[in-house]
Design a protein around this ligand. Structure first.
Ligand code: ASP
Length: 494
C-alpha cells in the first residue's frame, strides 16, 4: 500500500497531496512525515503485525500515520473519534493494540480501558516533527501482500463493532480497480467529508494518491460553511452520501453565487434518491453523479461508469473490473438475470474475514463449492440485468412483506424523498405490533405527505403512520439510524 505513495512521490513530488484546515503538504512532504512516523514507531518497538489504534480527527497527520504504519508493516486501526466507551472498551480488547494514539483530552479515559501504552497525539506529533527535521527514515519492514494493513471497525446495529481485516493486496487491488473506472487525475481536488475511520474516507486517500490528486480533509467542517469550503478548495470531486448531498443541495438553493466547478459527485453507503440526483445536476451544471454500491468486507462491489451515469437510473453500476457479482437464492443456487436474490461478491477484493471473530466470518465469507474461491455474502438483496448491471433492493433486514406484498424500506424512502419539499425520509419496517412507519423532514403536513405517497406507491406500501421530524437521526457515517428511530417511537430516546 505504501508503494502507492512512493510511486506518487517519484513523479509528482511537488504536487499538493493533502490539505486540512491548518495547511497543505506536497507528496514529498507527506512522504517525509510518513517516513518520520515510521521511524518513530520503530523506536517505540512496534513491529510488523502489531496493531496501532488511532482515535483522532482526520487531519494531514493522520494520513502520514496511515502510510507510516504501512511502511513498518504495523496494522493501522483508525477509530471514529465519536466512539464512546460502550464500544471503545470491547474494540480495544478485540484489537489488542501495542499502542493507542488519542487526543490529549481523551488520554486519561482511554487509559482506564486498556493495558496498552496510550499516547496523546500532540506530544507524539511534537516528537515526530523532530524526526522530520532530522530527515529520519528507517528500512521498510518486509511487508507481504497478504499482511494486514488496516482493521476497519464497522458498527453493528446492536452488538459491538466488528473489524474487517483489510490486507495490503485487497486494498491495493480495490483502489486500482475503482480508480480505473472513476479516473481521479492530476489537478483533481477531492473534497472528503468523511473520517478515515470509515473505509469511504480511507480509500479517498488512496484514490487521490493513485490519481496524483489533492485530497481536502473536511471531516468536522460545519454544515453551514460546507458549500463555501467546497468552492474555496477548488473541489472537482465530492464523495457524498444521501444526507450530505441533500445538505449541499439545500445550501446551493439558498445561494446566488455561481456553483463550484464540481465535475463528479460519487455516492455510496445508502441509495441516493433520484430527486437528489436531479437537484445536484440542476445546481452544478455539467456535473456527473455516480452511483456505487459497496461493503467494507470487499470495499466496493459496483460502480456506474461516469460516462453512463444517465443510463439505467435505477442501477448501481457494474462489478469492479476483475470481480464478479452473483445473485444466489436461499439454497445458494445462482439466479438468472432479472430475479432477485442475495448479492454475492467474488474476486481479489474480498477480504479474509473479521478479526478474531470466526462465527461472523463463517457467516459472511464462504467458499464457492466448485472453485473454492472466497465469496462475500452481503446479506443485501438485488438483481442483475442482461448486461450485468446491478440493481440494489435493500438489506435483508430492509425487506419485508406487508398485506401480502413484498417490499423494501429503500423503495418507500425514495418515493417519499421524491415528494416536493421532503428533504429526507426514513422508514421502519413492521415489527410485532408495530406497523410500517415513515419519518420525514419537511415543512409539509403529514397528511399531505401520505397523500403524495399514495400517488406514487401501491396502497400496501403506504405507511399508516407518518411523523414529521426536525432531523432524521443519522449514524456516524450519515446513514439513517434505525435504532434511534425506534427509540424515538418508543419515547425512550435520550
Ligand atoms: N464500503 C462502501 C463503499 O465504499 C461504503 C459502506 O460500507 O458504506 O462502497
Amino acid at each position: 500500500m505504501h508503494e502507492l505513495l512512493a510511486e506518487a512521490v517519484a513523479d509528482s513530488a511537488g504536487s499538493t497531496a493533502v490539505s486540512d484546515t491548518a495547511g497543505s503538504w506536497t507528496y514529498e512532504q507527506l512522504d517525509t512525515h510518513a517516513q518520520a512516523f515510521s521511524a518513530w514507531l520503530a523506536d517505540q518497538g512496534l513491529r510488523r503485525g502489531d496493531r496501532l489504534v488511532v482515535q483522532v480527527p482526520t487531519t494531514r497527520e493522520l494520513v502520514a500515520m496511515f502510510f507510516g504504519a504501512a511502511m513498518r508493516g504495523v496494522v493501522f486501526v483508525p477509530l471514529n473519534p465519536g466512539m464512546k466507551n460502550f464500544h471503545l472498551g470491547p474494540v480495544l480488547e478485540n484489537a489488542e493494540p501495542a499502542l493507542v494514539l488519542v487526543t490529549a483530552a481523551a488520554a486519561e479515559n482511554v487509559e482506564t480501558l486498556t493495558g496498552a501504552v496510550v499516547r496523546d497525539q500532540d506530544s507524539v506529533w511534537t516528537e515526530i516533527e523532530k524526526y522530520t527535521e532530522a530527515g529520519a527514515r528507517t528500512e521498510h519492514a518486509a511487508v507481504e501482500p497478504d499482511d494486514v494493513a488496516v482493521l476497519v471497525y464497522t458498527s453493528g446495529s446492536t452488538a459491538a463493532p466488528k473489524a474487517v481485516i483489510c490486507p495490503h493486496a485487497q486494498i491495493t487491488f480495490a483502489s486500482a480497480a475503482i480508480e480505473d473506472v472513476i479516473g481521479y487525475r492530476p489537478g483533481d481536488v477531492v473534497f472528503c467529508r468523511f473520517p478515515i475511520s470509515w473505509d469511504y474516507g480511507l480509500y479517498k486517500v488512496l484514490l487521490s494518491v493513485l490519481g496524483r490528486s489533492e485530497i481536502v480533509l473536511a471531516d468536522g467542517a460545519s454544515d453551514l460553511v460546507l458549500l463555501r469550503r467546497i468552492r474555496e478548495s477548488g473541489a472537482t470531486i465530492v464523495p457524498i452520501v444521501p444526507s450530505l448531498a441533500a445538505m449541499i443541495v439545500r445550501l446551493a438553493e439558498r445561494e446566488d453565487d455561481p456553483a463550484p466547478k464540481v465535475r463528479l459527485f460519487t455516492n455510496t453507503g445508502a441509495a441516493l434518491p433520484q430527486a437528489t440526483i436531479d437537484a445536484l445536476r440542476a445546481k452544478f451544471p455539467g456535473c456527473r453523479v455516480v452511483r456505487q454500491y459497496g461493503q467494507t468486507e470487499c470495499k466496493r462491489i459496483t460502480v456506474m461508469p461516469p460516462a453512463q451515469e444517465r443510463e439505467r437510473p435505477d442501477a448501481v453500476g457494474l462489478p469492479l473490473p476483475g470481480t464478479e457479482v452473483l445473485i444466489l437464492d436461499e439454497d445458494g443456487r445462482e439466479l438468472p438475470p432479472g430475479e432477485i436474490g442475495e448479492i454475492v461478491a467474488v474476486g481479489p477484493h474480498v477480504m479474509p474475514g473479521y478479526w478474531r471473530n470466526p462465527e461472523q466470518t463463517a457467516r459472511a465469507f464462504r467458499t464457492d463449492p466448485v472453485t473454492g474461491a472466497r465469496r462475500l455474502h452481503t446479506g443485501d438483496y438485488g438483481r442483475l440485468d442482461e448486461d450485468g448491471y446491478l440493481y440494489f433492493d435493500g438489506r435483508r433486514d430492509d425487506m419485508f412483506k406487508r398485506k401480502g406484498v413484498r417490499m423494501s424500506t429503500v423503495e418507500i424512502e425514495s418515493a417519499a424523498t421524491d415528494i416536493d419539499g421532503v428533504r429526507a425520509a426514513a422508514v421502519l419496517p413492521p415489527e410485532g405490533e408495530r406497523d410500517l412507519v415513515l419519518f420525514v423532514e419537511t415543512e409539509r403536513g403529514r397528511a399531505e405527505v401520505l397523500r403524495e405517497l399514495n400517488a406514487r406507491l401501491e396502497a400496501q406500501k403506504v405507511p399508516s403512520t407518518c411523523y414529521v421530524v426536525d432531523a432524521i437521526p443519522l449514524t456516524q457515517n450519515g446513514k439513517n439510524d434505525k435504532k434511534k428511530l425506534v427509540e424515538l417511537l418508543e419515547g425512550t430516546s435520550k
